[in-house]
Every structure is written in C-alpha cells, then in structure tokens.
Design a protein around this ligand. Structure first.
Ligand SMILES: [Zn+2]
Ligand SMILES: [Zn+2]
Ligand SMILES: [Zn+2]
Length: 123
C-alpha cells in the first residue's frame, strides 16, 4: 500500500539509527560463540563455512577463477579438463593405448611404456 517505487532513497533512515543501537546491544552477548562448531574453515572471499580445509580450497576456485573439474563417478577434483578426462577412464574402462607386441591395452601412455619395458624389453 505504501509508495515503494524507489526504495534506494530510503536507505539512510533516521529510524534505522535508533534501531541499530538496540540491535547491536542484543547481538553483542553471544555473537562470538555462534557458528564455530563444525564448519570452522571459512572462505576468505565470501566467509562461507566448510568442515575441512580441502573443501574450502575447492570452493575458493569459484572466486580465484581456477576451474574445477569434478568427477561424476567419485569425489575427485581436477584443475584441468584433460586430467579429469584421463582420470575418468578408471570408471569407463577406456584404454586407448594398445601394446604393439601383445593384446594388452592401457589407460595411460606411461602404463604402456612400463609394460613394454617389463614384458617386451628388447633394449
Ligand atoms: Zn566463497
Ligand atoms: Zn572418478
Ligand atoms: Zn605387450
């Protein structure tokens, strides 16, 4: 019912001044022992609370611009999409690296090289 077409101008109200003092006194009693139980690791950007420091670091990437790629199959996170893609082969079973000497296939090139050195070491 009231004229509220521009509430930006009502920001500095005199009534708010007196209200603020009583509210500050009421809060002063137990404000310090409020939310320091479980989520005591705070984001340094938005003060959001987390239960462990690793979760804070992952969350803070939304502020720092570091892209976080999280696996949909497990709880692992990766900074690069390629790392996530490579990791997800453990879930999909994809093995693009085939040994040229036998039928074995591997999810990572380094595994293939180790295999070839072990099983087919012609060096
Ligand atoms: Zn944050
Ligand atoms: Zn995973
Ligand atoms: Zn082989």
């Amino acid at each position: 019912m009231g004229p509220s077409d521009s509430h930006g101008r009502v920001l500095f109200n005199q009534v708010l001044n007196s209200n603020d003092r009583t509210r500050a006194q009421a809060q002063g009693g137990g404000a310090t022992s409020g939310n320091s139980k479980e989520k005591r690791f705070l984001c340094m950007f938005c003060n959001k609370g987390f239960s462990c420091t690793q979760k804070v670091e992952i969350h803070q990437r939304v502020h720092t611009g570091v892209k976080s790629f999280s696996c949909t199959q497990c709880h692992m996170h990766f900074a690069q999409a390629g790392d996530l893609k490579r990791h997800q082969r453990v879930h999909t079973g994809e093995r693009p690296f085939a040994c040229m000497h036998c039928e074995k296939r591997f999810s990572e090139r380094s595994y293939l090289r180790i295999h070839q050195q072990k099983k087919h070491s012609t060096l």
